[in-house]
Ligand binder design. Structure first.
Ligand SMILES: Cc1cc2nc3c(=O)[nH]c(=O)nc-3n(C[C@H](O)[C@H](O)[C@H](O)COP(=O)(O)O)c2cc1C
Length: 374
């Protein structure tokens, strides 16, 4: 079994939900920690006004008793405070449509028709989405493809981080660059200058996982490789366009002698002096820090709109604009950290057991003892 999770919810729907399966019994959850992670996804220079409205706080409705995980599926809810401002353009079921007065039903239907979005947004899911599903209103696509969904991923990942903290495994994210600026003291003014132009930015973030034991993942089959799993999880974050492990694409520039990490041993302890592999060799963690670097493309929705097409008339138009971030690289780092935590916890439980904390603690201790004796 693996950790599985499903999310549901639209950007301006009533709430976001997630169900996580595969969390063992016996872990005390730290709700302040989880809510802090949610709050840090909402921060960063360049975020849109939506962040002033939403104050994400986790609500757990099953799978936890007296703050301790029970091994049953955990259900999570996050309210969209902004929902009330979006009842008309949003999906009608959200207000128990069939329970309301017939006249009001008709008024709502008319209002929704007026508010159809028909101007395709380049660099979004819009074009492929209307072709694939045959929608006549881009709102169907916008609502679910929106990165608002990443709030639920952060809630799930924060629970996984919470559990890994019991084993001293921690996660950190750091912005390496925003657009062409790599001076962290200048990030704010750099972003502000693009905001003035009605433009947007992307950037590069590095995730570091500390104190991971060696041996998570496996070389024995393609879909058990830890690097492959992390890459899939990180690439699934909206707007992430590359994932690198350790030296990543720079490996191609150097010779084997200049790039590979040599192995040393002292008093029975193996170690490397360098970490170009980013802590993963042969699809397994090797005991060094796991270092992952992701690149996020610039936010597609911009005040200075791109050229596009209107789907009713097929006429040239400017892209639809709806309130957007200018730069969400910091938030993307928080999402990436938490997606990494889901994958690392899953690999950790693969190695040490999936049922209860007591068994897992013992297995972890025994493994540390055995590997110290090799
Ligand atoms: C944390 C975060 C916030 C984002 N905010 C916005 C936004 O406000 N406006 C926007 O157009 N895109 C935003 N994006 C990016 C889009 O969701 C993404 O580019 C789009 O869904 C298309 O997917 P793709 O870039 O993976 O092809 C955000 C992404 C992340 C990770």
């Amino acid at each position: 079994m693996t950790i599985r999770f499903l999310t549901s919810g639209e950007s301006h729907g009533e709430k976001l939900n997630a169900i996580i399966e595969g969390i063992p019994y016996g872990y005390e959850l730290d709700f302040d920690f989880i809510n802090n992670e949610l709050a840090s996804r909402q921060k960063g220079v360049g975020r849109g006004n939506r962040m002033n409205i939403e104050k994400d706080k986790i609500k757990i409705t099953s799978g936890v008793r007296f703050s301790v995980t029970t091994a049953s599926p955990i259900a999570i809810e996050l309210q969209n405070k902004d929902w009330k401002n979006w009842i008309y353009p949003m999906s009608i079921e959200k207000i128990n449509f069939f329970e309301i007065d017939k006249n009001l039903q008709d008024t709502i239907k008319e209002k929704i028709k007026e508010k159809k979005i028909t101007k395709l947004r380049p660099a979004h899911a819009d074009l492929a989405g209307i072709l694939k599903y045959g929608f006549d209103d881009i709102r169907y696509i916008l609502e679910r493809s929106s990165a608002r969904e990443t709030a639920t991923r952060v809630a799930v990942g924060a629970i996984c981080q919470n559990i890994l903290k019991f084993y001293n495994i921690t996660f950190n994210s750091k912005i390496i660059s925003i657009g062409e600026c790599d001076d962290e003291k200048r990030f704010q003014e750099y972003i502000e200058s693009f905001k003035k132009k009605g433009e947007s930015l992307g950037g590069v973030v590095q995730i570091t996982v500390k104190n991971s034991p060696a041996g998570l993942g496996s070389f024995t089959h393609w879909d058990r490789r830890l690097d492959g799993k992390l890459a899939q999880a990180l690439m699934s974050i909206p707007a992430v366009k590359s994932v690198e492990i350790g030296l990543g694409k720079d490996y191609a520039k150097y010779s084997g002698f200049k790039s590979h990490d040599e192995i040393f041993e002292e008093n029975g302890k193996y170690y490397h002096k360098t970490n170009n592999s980013g802590g993963i060799e042969g699809g397994m963690s090797n005991g060094e820090d796991i270092v992952l670097t992701i690149a996020m493309k610039p936010i597609p929705t911009m005040k200075k709109a791109l050229n596009s097409v209107e789907i009713k008339t097929h006429k040239k138009t400017k892209a639809h604009f709806e309130r957007a971030d200018i730069c969400a690289v910091e938030a993307c780092g928080v999402v990436a950290k938490n997606m990494s935590a889901i994958i690392i916890l899953d690999a950790f439980l693969d190695k040490f057991g999936r049922d209860c904390k007591k068994d897992i603690d013992l297995a972890f201790k025994n493994y540390q003892k055995r590997t110290n004796e090799i």
